[in-house]
Design a protein around this ligand. Structure first.
Ligand code: TYM
Length: 332
C-alpha cells in the first residue's frame, strides 16, 4: 500500500517556496495516495518560539493547507505534538542512528552556526524526529522541496538500519518525491540563497499572506541582471535570478520550464516581471483570501485537527506497538 507523509513547520512567514516546493504538489497527490499532512510543531520548537505565536502559526498552517486544496475528508491533517507516537519513536530510532550520520547534516551545521556547543540537542536530533514522523505511519512516499533531501536520505538509512538489526521488513524504505518546476525556490534578493522563512529581509520572499500590492512591489524590486531572457537553458548559467523567476513562473502556470523559457525568450525583465506579478497575484491571492476566512473560524480549524489526531493516533499507535514488540520491549 502507498501512503504519503509530509509536513510544514509552524514558524510563520509561510512563503512561495513552501507552496511551490511542497503544498501545491500535495494537493495533486491526494487523488492517487492516502495522505497524511502534519503541522510539525515539535520541529518548530528546536528554535525559540513565542508560545502565543506558535499556537497561532499552527492554526495558520492548517488554514493554508485547507485554502490550498488539501481535503480533510480524504486526507489526515493534524499537529505533531498531539500524537505521542512521534516523540516515543524518536527515542527508539535514536538507538539505531549513529552519531556520525547526524554529524553530516548540513541543516544542523547551518542552523547551529559557529556556536555548535551551545546548540540544543533537539536541533541536532531534528532529523531523527523527522524519520519518526514518516516511519510511525510506515509512509512509502514523502513529497518535499529539494532542501529536505538529505534528511530524507537519513530517514531511509534509519529505516534500513532498523530492518537489518531485526532481519525484518517492518519499515518500507520511504521514497522522496521532489518534483515540479520549483523544487528549490530562491531568494528574490539573491538567486544563490534559498527563499526562507528566516531571511531577515521580507523582500527576499513572497509570503502566502502578502497583499496584492506587496506581491507586486516585491517582484518589481526582485534582483535581476541586465540581459534579456534567453531561449536556451545553457544561457542561464550564472544567471540564478533569471532562472529562479522563470522557475516560479512555470510552477505557478503549471507549464514546463523549457516551454516558458521559449515563450519569454527575448523579453526584458520589466515586461516579464509584469506578467510574473499578475500570475503570482492570480494564484496566491485566492489562497490568502480563503486562509483569512478559515482563520476567522478557529473552532473549525481545531475540529479538523482533532479529527486528524484521532486518525493519526489509530495508525501510529498500532505501528508503535509492533515496533516495540520487535525490539523486545515487554508489552503489559
Ligand atoms: P519546512 O517547514 O522548512 O518546509 C516545508 C516544506 O517546504 C519546502 N521548502 C521549499 N521548497 C522549495 N523552495 C524553497 N525555498 C523551500 N523552502 C521550504 C521544504 O522542502 C518542505 O517540504 N523538516 C521539514 C518538515 C518535516 C517533514 C517531516 C517533511 C518534519 N517532518 C516528515 C517531510 C516528512 C521542514 O523543516 O520543512
Amino acid at each position: 500500500m502507498n501512503r504519503i507523509f509530509s509536513g510544514v513547520q509552524p514558524t510563520g512567514n509561510l512563503h512561495l517556496g513552501n507552496y511551490l516546493g511542497a503544498i501545491k504538489n500535495w494537493v495533486s497527490l491526494q487523488k492517487d495516495f492516502e495522505c497524511i499532512f502534519c503541522i510539525v510543531d515539535l520541529h518548530a520548537i528546536t528554535i525559540k518560539q513565542d508560545p502565543k505565536e506558535l499556537e497561532n502559526n499552527t492554526l495558520e498552517v492548517t488554514a493554508a493547507y485547507l485554502a490550498s486544496g488539501i481535503d480533510p475528508e480524504k486526507t489526515i491533517i493534524f499537529n505533531q505534538s498531539a500524537v505521542s507516537a512521534h516523540t516515543e519513536l524518536t527515542w527508539l530510532l535514536s538507538c539505531f542512528t549513529p552519531i556520525g550520520w547526524l554529524n553530516r547534516m548540513t541543516q544542523f551545521k547551518e542552523k547551529a552556526g559557529k556556536k555548535k556547543d551551545n546548540a540544543v540537542l533537539g536541533l541536532y536530533s531534528y532529523p531523527v524526529l523527522m524519520a519518526s514522523d514518516i516511519l510511525a505511519y510506515k509512509a512509502t512516499h514523502v513529497p518535499v522541496g529539494e532542501d529536505q533531501k538529505q534528511h530524507l536520505e537519513l530517514s531511509r538509512d534509519i529505516a534500513g538500519a532498523f530492518n537489518q538489526a531485526y532481519s525484518t521488513d517492518l519499515f518500507p524504505i520511504p521514497e522522496p518525491q521532489i518534483f515540479g518546476e520549483a523544487t528549490r525556490v530562491m531568494s528574490l534578493r539573491n538567486g544563490k540563497n534559498k527563499m526562507s522563512k528566516s531571511d531577515e529581509s521580507d523582500y527576499s520572499r513572497i509570503n502566502i499572506t502578502d497583499t496584492k500590492d506587496l506581491i507586486n512591489l516585491k517582484i518589481q524590486k526582485a534582483k535581476t541582471d541586465p540581459y534579456p531572457l534567453p531561449s536556451e537553458k545553457k544561457e542561464l548559467e550564472n544567471r540564478p535570478e533569471a532562472e529562479n523567476l522563470l522557475g516560479i513562473y512555470s510552477a505557478l502556470k503549471d507549464e514546463k520550464f523549457d516551454d516558458v523559457m521559449k515563450e519569454m525568450s527575448g523579453k526584458d525583465f520589466s515586461s516579464f516581471k509584469k506578467l510574473l506579478s499578475e500570475l503570482t497575484i492570480d494564484k496566491i491571492e485566492p489562497i490568502s483570501k480563503k486562509m483569512n476566512d478559515y482563520l476567522k473560524n478557529k473552532d473549525y480549524l481545531k475540529k479538523i485537527l482533532e479529527e486528524g489526531k484521532k486518525k493519526a493516533n489509530d495508525i501510529s499507535s498500532k505501528n508503535l506497538l509492533e515496533i516495540k514488540k520487535t525490539i523486545g520491549l515487554l508489552i503489559i
